[in-house]
Design a binder for this molecule. Sequence first.
Ligand code: ADP
Length: 697
Amino acid sequence: MNRALALLRRWDVAAGLVLVGIFVLGATAVRFAPPGSSVAVWWPAAGLGIAFLLATGPNRRRAAIVLAGMVVSSGLANWYGGRTPLVATYFGFANTAEAAVVWWAMTRGGRRPRLAALDDLGRLLLATLAGALVFGVLAGLIVTYALDRTFFPTAYAVTASHAAAVLTLAPLGVAVSTKATIPWRLEDLLQGIVLLAVTLWVFASTNGLPLAFLPLPVLVWGATRLDLRALATQLAVLGVIVVGLTSEGYGPFAIAGKSGAVAPETVGALTQAFLVTAAVTGLALAVASAQRRDALADLFSEATFTQTVLNSAAATAIIGTDSTGTITLFNRGATNLLGYQSEDVVGSLNWVELHEPAEVAARAAELGLSPGPQVLVHGLDQAGRSETRDWTWVTSDQKRIVVDLTISPIVDQDGSVIGYIGVAEDVTERRVASEAVQLALQRERNAVEELTALDQTKTDFLSSVSHEFRTPLASVLGYTEMLEDGAVGEMSPKQLDLVSRIDRNGRRLLGLIEDLLLNSRIESGQLNLAKRPCDLAAIVDHAWEATGPLTQRRNLHLRHEIASRPVTVDGDDTAIERVVLNLLSNAVKFTPDGGIVTLTLDTVRDERGGAKARLVVSDSGYGISEEDQRQVFRRFFRSTDATERAVQGTGLGLSIVQAIVDGHEGTIRVDSVLGQGSTFTVLFPLASAIAPSGPLH
Ligand code: ADP
C-alpha cells in the first residue's frame, strides 16, 4: 500500500496516469456528445491535463513532456470516440494548444501557479478564457474545414464547455501545491455531505423544478470555512455530478430541454454557466477568506508581539490615549510607576489627571490655553512629531514623581490624529541629584567670583599704598643722604652711624615697595618689558658690583666667572639686572659666614639644540628641602627655615624673578640639597646673530 502511494507520488508515474486519464475522459466525453452535435458538452480531459500541468509548475521540460503526451492521448481519445484519424489528430493538437496557453499564462515569469490572492484568481480566469478561446477557434476551424459544419456554433459551444471544465478542475492542480492551512473539522464533513445531498437532490430530480441555485449557498459555506484544497475537490466533484446527471436527462436543465422550454443546445450552455458561476463564486470567496485568515493571523501575532514588548518594559511607563486623552493602554511599567492597575484607568481616566494640576495650569498659562489634556499635546498634530519634557505625575498614593515624558501622536490613514502615545521614565532621583550638583556649582562659582574680587581689592590696595609710600620714602632717603654728605654741618661718628642705619633701612623699605609694585603689575598682566638687544655680560657685571654693600660686613668667599665676550640677549636690562640681584642677594642671605657664593655666565645649547645664555648663581648655604623646592617660586612663599633663622624677606623675590624670566622666554630651575647649598640656573635665549656655533662650553 505504502509502496503504491510512493509510486503515485513520483512525477513520471503521475504524468503517465494523467495521460491515461485524459484518454479515458476524452473518449467518454466524445461518446457522450449530444446526438447530432459534433463536439462534447464538457471536456474534463482538458481540466485534468491543465490541473496536472499547473501542479507541475514552471518546469519547462516537464511541461513539454506532458504537452507532447497530451497530443497523443487526446488524439487517441478522439479517434477512439469515433473520429477519423486526421480529425482526431487535429483535435489532439487543438486540446494541447489550449493547455499550453493556460500553462504559459499561469507560469509566466517562472512563478509557481497559486491562488493566494484575488489577483491570482483573476489571472486564472484570464488564462482559462484565453485557453478556451484558442481551443474554440481551432475546433471551429477543424469542423468547418474537415467536417463541413458551420464555424460559430461549434466555436461558442466548445469555448464554454472547456472554460467550465478548466475552471472546475484546474484549481485542484493549483491547490495540491498549496499548504493546507486549516485542520480538518467535523463541520467540513457535514458541509461536504450537505453539498453532495443537495446537489444530488437537485440534479437527480425528475420534477423539473428550477432549483439549480440550491447548491450554491452550501458551496459558499464551504468556501468561507474550508481550505482551498477541499474546495477545489468539491468543485471537481460538483462538475462531474452535474454534467453526468444532466447528460443522462436528470435535473432542472435537462428536464427544461426535454420539455421544450429551452432548446437542446441551451441545456449545455446552462450547465456550463452554472459550473462557471459555482467555480468563480466559490474560488473568489475561498481566496478572500484565506487572505482574511492570514491577515488576522498576522495581526494576532503582531498584537501578541506588541503586548509582550509593552509589558516587558517594566521600568518604562507606556500610556496610550484616544484623541481626547482618555487612557486606552496602560502597560506594566505604568502600573509600577503610578500604582494604578490597567483595568482601573483604561477607558475611565484622562491622562491629564495623572499630572500635577498646578504644573498643568502653569503650562496652560504659558501656552495661552485653558488647563486640560490639550496642554499636554499642544503642537503634536502631525505624524512624526513628538515632544519630550519633564512633568510631575501624582501616583495613586498621592506621591509626586518627576517623569521624562515623550508624547507622540498616532495618526490614521488620512493623517488625522486618533490618539497619543506617551513613554515616560521616573527621573525624580536623577533630577534631585542634578539640581544638587547645579547648586554646588553655582556656590563654587559665587565663591570664586568673591575671591577674585577680594584678590583684586588686595592688589589695588597694595599697589596704591606702595605708591603712596614711595614719594615720602624717597624724600626721607634724600635728606638722609644730605645729612651724610654734611650738607647741614659736620656729623659726629655716632650721628653718622645712626644716619647710615636710617639710610640702609630706608633703602630696604624702598626695595620692598618696588617689589610690591612690580608684583601688582605682574598680577594684572602689565609687566611691560622694554626689550632690546643688550649684553648680558655687562648687566651681570653691573649687578655683581651692586651687591658690594650686601657683603660688606660678611665673611663670604665670592667668586664670579663672567664670559669675556658680549652675550647678547633680546631683553629688558633693568628687569634682567633685577633677576641677577635677587638671586645674588638670596645666595648671600641664605649662606652663613665662611660660605661660598659663585656667579657664572656662559653660553650653551639646550637639549633641543637652541643657543642659550646660562646664568648660574650657587651657594654653599642652608639649602632648600625637596618639598620647598617645589614652592619657592610661589608668591609670598618663605621656607620655615628662613622664617626661623629670621632672615629678612617678603617671599616675593623669586616669583618676580620667575615672571621676568618667563617674559624673556627663558627658564629657571633650582637644584639644592638641604644643608649643602643651592644652585639657581637661568637660561635666556641668545639673540640669533651671536648664537654660538660650536659645542657647549
Ligand atoms: P625672600 O628672599 O624675600 O624670602 P624669595 O622669593 O626670594 O623671597 O625666596 C623665597 C624663599 O626661597 C626664601 O624665603 C627661602 O626660603 C628660599 N630661598 C631662596 N633662595 C634661597 C637660597 N639661595 N638658599 C636657600 N633658600 C633660598
